[in-house]
Design a protein around this ligand. Structure first.
Ligand SMILES: [Fe+2]
Ligand SMILES: [Fe+2]
Length: 135
């Protein structure tokens, strides 16, 4: 079964952001598949590292997009991104120290973060963009 599936509830009405989000879904599913197969810590860390660097790039692009549309809540959105980055970096550090028990927790964290952030936070800029386009 697919661990995380993209559906219309995640649509932020911006092609580039949508495709980056979809890519993150793919990566989280890749993490899940490797986890289910019992992949070793090195492999898991490799996938997690890929997710972290792609997320950093995505946040950068997304913040630039929000700047372009003059999104009034950019500051708080940027702050949320920063907090998420801090959390994944803490996980990265703990995994690097060999804490394999953490792999399961990271799996759940990735799912909750990805789905919760897009639905709860990212969709807000898309509502704003739709609103200003209509005005
Ligand atoms: Fe975001
Ligand atoms: Fe996003």
């Amino acid at each position: 079964m697919t661990y995380v599936s993209w559906d219309d509830a995640f649509d932020v009405k911006e092609n580039r952001m949508n495709s980056q989000h979809r890519m993150l879904f793919d990566y989280v599913n890749e993490y899940d598949a490797a986890f289910q197969e019992g992949a070793d810590l090195r492999k898991m860390i490799g996938i997690f590292d890929k997710i972290i660097s792609y997320t950093a790039k995505h946040f950068e692009d997304e913040e630039a997009y929000m700047e372009r549309i003059d999104y009034p809540a950019l500051r708080s959105h940027r702050h949320i991104h920063k907090q998420l980055v801090a959390r994944v970096l803490a996980y990265q550090e703990r995994l690097a120290s060999g804490d394999t028990m953490l792999l399961k927790e990271v799996r759940v964290f990735l799912k909750n973060w990805l789905t919760g952030h897009i639905k709860g936070v990212d969709t807000q800029y898309s509502e704003y963009a739709a609103h200003t386009r209509a005005a």
